[in-house]
Design a protein around this ligand. Structure first.
Ligand code: GLY
Length: 376
C-alpha cells in the first residue's frame, strides 16, 4: 500500500491527525480503537455518496464491533438546513446516542458542515470524524473545525467551531466524484495558493494537465500542501479573529451569489472562483493588487474549467446577501484582497461606494461577455 501522509493539527479546540493518501479509509477501524473508545457510531452521508461508498465504509466500521446507525441526506447545499440538522439529531438520539457516541461525516463540504454542527449541538457536544469525499472538502472544509448551516438570509449564518477528532482523506474516493464537483474543488486549491503560496500557484499553473488527469502522487502532494497551509492558519487563529479571514478570499461575493441563487445555482467552488476573480479585480481597481494579477488568476480559473463571471444576477440581491457577511466590521465589509499573487491582506477600509461600483461593473461584464459570445 502506498505511504500515507500524516500530519497533525494543533488548534486550541483540539489536536487531531489528518491522514492523506490512497487507501486511507482502511485506517478508520484503528483510529476508532485508539484513544477513548466511542459507545456507538452514527454515520451521516448523502444519497449519492452512500451509493458509491456507504457499504464499504460501514463494513470497515463494522470491524470495530460498535453499534452503528445512519442518516442519509439529500445531496446538495439545501441540506445545510435546520430541517436536515434536526433529522440527524433525532436519528442519533433515537438510535441511542449518549455523550460517548461519535458522528462520522462521510461526504463533501455540505455533509461535513451540517454533521459537525450536529456533533457540536448533540448533548452539548459529541466527537466526530471527517471523511471528506470531495476534493473541496479534502483541501478546505474538513479541516479547521468550522461547522454550520445556512439561512435563507445568508450562507453559514448559524454554526459553531467544533474540531473533529480526526480527518481521513482517501484520494481513491475521488474516482467517483462527478466531473463538475471535481472541478469545483480546484477553486479552493487555487484560493489556498493565491493567498499564501506563490510556488504552489506556479505548480498548479504548470502541472494543470497532470493534476486534472488525476496523477496520484502529484495530487497527494498538492492536497497535503493545502492542508498544511490551512493548518498553519487555523493553528494561529482558530476562531477567525484576524488571520483566518484570509481563507475567505473570494468568499464574500461567493456567499452573496449562493444566497441570491437560493443555494441552487453555482456550486460553492464555482461561486468562489467568480468571487476570487472579483476580489482580484477590486484590488486592482483600488490600487492594492498589482496589475495583471486578476488576469493571471482568471487564466488559471479557466484552465481548471471554472467560471470567472456569473450572469443574470441582480446587483441589489447579491449586495444585500453580501452585506450580512460574518466578516463585516464596524466600518462595513472587510474584504480579502491580494497584496500580490501568493499573499492576501484584509482590507477593512474599502469605501462601500467603490465596492458597489466595481461589483456593478463586474456583474455587467458577464452580461456583455455573454452577448459578445452569442453574436460570435
Ligand atoms: N473555509 C474557510 C475556513 O475554514 O476558515
Amino acid at each position: 500500500m502506498p505511504r500515507l501522509r500524516k500530519l497533525r493539527i494543533r488548534a486550541p479546540g483540539g489536536s487531531y491527525p489528518v491522514l492523506i493518501g490512497s487507501g486511507a479509509l482502511g485506517e478508520l477501524p484503528a483510529l476508532l480503537d485508539g484513544g477513548e473508545r466511542p459507545s456507538r457510531l452514527h454515520v451521516v452521508t448523502d444519497r449519492r455518496v452512500a451509493r458509491s461508498h456507504g457499504d464499504r465504509v460501514e463494513r470497515l466500521l463494522g470491524r470495530t464491533g460498535l453499534p452503528l446507525s445512519r442518516t442519509v441526506l439529500p445531496p446538495g447545499e439545501g441540506s445545510k438546513s435546520f430541517a436536515q440538522l434536526e433529522r440527524i439529531l433525532r436519528d442519533a438520539v433515537r438510535a441511542g446516542a449518549d455523550r460517548r457516541a461519535l458522528l462520522i461525516a462521510l461526504g463533501g463540504g455540505v455533509v461535513g458542515d451540517v454533521t459537525g454542527y450536529a456533533a457540536a449541538s448533540l448533548l452539548r457536544g459529541v466527537p466526530f470524524i471527517q471523511v471528506p469525499t470531495s476534493l473541496l472538502a479534502m483541501v478546505d472544509a474538513s479541516v479547521g473545525g468550522k461547522t454550520g448551516i445556512n439561512l435563507p438570509e445568508g450562507k453559514n449564518l448559524v454554526g459553531s467551531f467544533h474540531q473533529p477528532r480526526a480527518v481521513v482523506i482517501d484520494l481513491d474516493v475521488l474516482a467517483t466524484l462527478p466531473p463538475r464537483e471535481a472541478r469545483a474543488g480546484w477553486a479552493e486549491i487555487i484560493k489556498t495558493a493565491a493567498i499564501r503560496d506563490e510556488s504552489l500557484l506556479g505548480l498548479i499553473e504548470s502541472e494543470s494537465a497532470a493534476l486534472l488527469g488525476g496523477e496520484p502522487s502529484l495530487l497527494a502532494r498538492v492536497v497535503e500542501r493545502c492542508v498544511r497551509i490551512k493548518a498553519s492558519v487555523v493553528e494561529a487563529d482558530e476562531r477567525e479573529a484576524g488571520l483566518r479571514m484570509v481563507l475567505n478570499f473570494g468568499h464574500t461575493l461567493a456567499h452573496g451569489i449562493e444566497a441570491a441563487q437560493d443555494y441552487g445555482g453555482l456550486l460553492h467552488g464555482e461561486a468562489v472562483a467568480v468571487g476570487m476573480a472579483f476580489a482580484a479585480r477590486l484590488g486592482e481597481a483600488l490600487g492594492r493588487t498589482p496589475r495583471g494579477t486578476a488576469e493571471r488568476l482568471e487564466r488559471l480559473i479557466a484552465a481548471y474549467g471554472l467560471p470567472a463571471r456569473v450572469a443574470h444576477l441582480p446587483f441589489e440581491r447579491v449586495w444585500q446577501a453580501m452585506s450580512r457577511d460574518k466578516k463585516r466590521g464596524p466600518r462595513g465589509l472587510r474584504w480579502v484582497l491580494l497584496a500580490r499573487a501568493g499573499e492576501a491582506m484584509i482590507a477593512a477600509d474599502v469605501p462601500e461606494a467603490d465596492a458597489r461600483r466595481e461589483l456593478r461593473k463586474f456583474l455587467a461584464d458577464a452580461r456583455t461577455q455573454r452577448r459578445r459570445r452569442s453574436r460570435a
